[in-house]
Design a protein around this ligand. Structure first.
Ligand code: SF4
Ligand code: SF4
Length: 166
């Protein structure tokens, strides 16, 4: 008898509690300021040129080896190297963010789109063109390579700064 009353007590208590679930996806919770979702973009400078200098640091650090960067033979319009091809296979990405952390030009970034999903394998293969498009279409995460390196103790220098300082 005591057990049954206890069950009723717990049911009543929970029945009167404030609801904290939401009717997803019709309603969505706000996302934290530092949220970054596992979809990537390649960013452009103010003149619309690719920031990527095809240094391949992201390719080398990726533990899943899902990034492939093919540098163009000639320099780009800014006088810097640029990638002729850039692919990222999302299906094996761990979302570890190492590629973003090492990028010296803040080129590769993650995006603020919770709940992004793909309907085909093809959608999971990000190409240079798709990543540039993502950068135009979706909100960028605050977490660029330079911003993330500031959090390291002691802060890590970019490859470019370290080279300048010898
Ligand atoms: S987040 Fe990690 S696993 Fe995914 S592409 Fe970047 S380095 Fe590779
Ligand atoms: S680390 Fe950055 S600049 Fe270097 S190839 Fe990757 S995206 Fe391009």
């Amino acid at each position: 008898m005591f057990g049954i009353l206890n069950v009723f007590k717990i049911t009543l208590k929970n029945f009167l509690r404030e609801t904290f679930t939401i009717m997803y996806p019709d309603k969505q919770k706000g996302i934290p300021e530092r949220y970054r979702g596992p979809l990537f973009a390649l960013t452009l400078d103010k003149d619309g040129n690719l920031k990527c200098i095809a240094c391949r640091l992201c390719e080398q650090i990726c533990p899943s080896q899902v990034i492939k960067v093919v540098p163009a033979k000639e320099k780009g319009p800014t006088g810097k190297p640029y990638p002729e091809k850039f692919t990222l296979q999302l299906s094996a990405c761990l979302a570890c963010e190492l590629c973003v952390q090492v990028c010296p030009t803040d080129s590769i970034i993650m995006l603020r789109i919770p709940g992004w999903s793909a309907l085909s394998q093809e959608e999971l293969l990000l190409t240079l063109e798709k990543m540039v498009e993502n950068g135009k279409k979706y909100q960028h995460s605050w977490a660029t390579g330079n911003n993330l390196r500031k959090f390291q103790t002691p802060p890590r220098k970019t490859v470019a700064t370290a080279k300048k300082e010898g």
